[in-house]
Design a protein around this ligand. Structure first.
Ligand code: F0G
Length: 457
């Protein structure tokens, strides 16, 4: 059969509240044109994020009932630790309430003021946590990874010569660790090849620089490896994942993505001295090392989810549904990051609205229009998220790209939902020449995209 179906049936449903275009005008204006400030009840199709929004399986809900809520040494922790270790292989598995908590603990223990941390592309919280300890976050994705229309099977790869040059320039002593984000979320959900991980490791090894994986979407990345990397098609995704992690010294993970959990994460390492330091900090701010800020039931949901995500029927459907959205809008001329990523489609806002310069936030305009058109919530990943306002001139300093991310929650929407999204995007695209830019009217100094307010130009 050619048709790829959702490999599940639906047991519980959540109604969607319909809104009219007129209502949405008022709702979006009240939210300062920032989708983060909308109520979810006022959203028809929520593509803001794939994080914590997965539908859990019947097995996960059953596991929730088995949760052992003991403060110390719970059975839930034992199941969590065994299941996570089975996939990632690291010696120390430290639960945290989500990915950024793992990041904060990792960078607090490993980085000092003046240090430099390379990554293919840092996610916003990763960058912010590095900068918070006074270190510098450097993005070293390959050139193709910053060109939306350029085709490359592994656009998330790190630029290995650039990594060598960075080590040469700042000196290995100032680089406490190197990270690889799989898939590369801020760069379009693009995968990193096993070969690239090996090459990065070989560059780091003589300098004794540890390699960490930001593993949020590791299963999607490993499925791309299976599909695209020579010599990998016969392997189980789980075995590819194990090899990927075996090339690293540790990882951070948001279980809200490729573990189908609504909350949770972990930090893992093979370094026992470091793990002791990390657990001490964990106790201070997250909780005892056998729960790390999570309920026992959450640990059980992750234990089941991190295995389920490796099911290849699921991964095949997941990639097919994301590609379906990408291919339908791309075929109609909408510029997107190609090829389609794993968890999301990224519209190239500069190509979509060529008459709106980056300083006028073309991505934010498209986000607003998709909501007004059809109640779809998306997010800008561009100048609002990664640029800044020049304090002297008041002008916007643009980010590397201006993208609009349409992130697909896992196992939540069906093909007709996606057809609706395609129709809405094409309707906005048809009237693109009349769409104006936006300006920021209010912003906070850190992670401004969450709370900024906007107005049309
Ligand atoms: N790393 C990457 C690559 C991420 O995409 C995220 C979260 C994190 C770390 C932090 O994890 O949210 O559990 O603290 N990304 C979400 C998103 C929020 O919408 O892409 P967290």
């Amino acid at each position: 059969m050619k048709t790829i179906i959702e490999p599940f049936k639906i047991k519980a449903v959540e109604p969607i509240r319909m809104t009219t275009p007129d209502e949405r005008q008022g709702l979006l204006a009240a939210a300062g044109y920032n989708p983060f400030l909308l109520r979810s009840d006022d959203v028809l199709i929520d593509l803001l994020t794939d994080s914590g929004t997965s539908a859990m399986s019947a097995e996960q809900w059953a596991a929730v009932m088995r949760g052992d809520e003991s403060y110390a040494g719970s059975r839930s922790f034992e199941r969590f630790e065994a299941s996570v270790r089975d996939v990632v292989g690291f010696t120390h598995i430290i639960p945290t309430h989500q990915g950024r908590a793992a990041e904060r603990i990792l960078f607090s223990c490993m980085c000092a003021k003046g240090d430099v941390v390379p990554n293919n592309t840092h996610f916003d919280t990763t960058r912010a946590n590095i900068e918070h300890v006074g270190a510098e976050a450097v993005d070293l994705v390959i050139t193709e990874g910053t060109q939306p229309a350029t085709l490359h099977p592994f656009k998330g790869n790190m630029d290995v010569p650039a990594l060598e040059a960075l080590i040469e320039r700042v000196g290995a002593a100032r680089i406490p660790l190197c990270m690889l984000t799989v898939t590369n979320n801020s760069g379009g959900g693009q995968p990193v090849s096993l070969q690239n991980v090996r090459e990065v490791r070989e560059v780091l090894r003589p300098h004794g620089i540890p390699l960490y994986i930001d593993a949020c979407r590791f299963a999607e990345n490993c499925y791309f490896i299976k599909l695209r990397e020579p010599g990998q098609s016969h392997r189980r995704v789980k075995d590819i994942a194990r090899e990927l992690f075996s090339l690293a010294d540790g990882c951070t993970m948001s279980a809200k993505k490729d573990a189908f959990a609504n909350i949770g994460g972990f930090l893992a390492t093979n370094d026992s001295a470091l793990a002791r330091q990390e657990r001490d900090l964990l106790i201070l701010t997250e909780g005892f090392p056998t729960y790390g800020g999570l309920a026992g039931r959450d640990l059980d949901a992750i234990a089941v989810g991190i295995q389920e995500v490796l099911d290849e029927d699921y991964l095949r459907y997941r990639m097919a549904s994301t590609a379906y959205l990408g291919e339908h809008i791309s075929a109609a001329g909408v510029p997107i990051v190609l090829p389609p990523g794993g968890h999301a489609i990224y519209i190239d806002a500069r190509g979509f609205l060529p008459h709106v310069p980056p300083e006028e936030l073309p991505g934010q305009s498209i986000v607003a229009e998709l909501y007004l058109e059809a109640g779809i919530r998306s997010v800008e990943i561009g100048t609002v998220m990664f640029g800044r306002t020049d304090p002297n001139t008041g002008r916007e300093i643009p980010g590397a790209m201006d993208l609009v991310r349409l992130a697909l929650p896992r196992r939540v929407y069906t093909q007709s939902h996606v057809d609706y999204v395609v129709e809405a995007i094409l309707a906005v695209f048809a009237r693109r020449s009349s769409i104006r830019g936006m300006r920021i009217v209010e912003q906070s100094p850190h992670l401004r995209h969450f709370s900024a307010r906007f107005a049309w130009r």
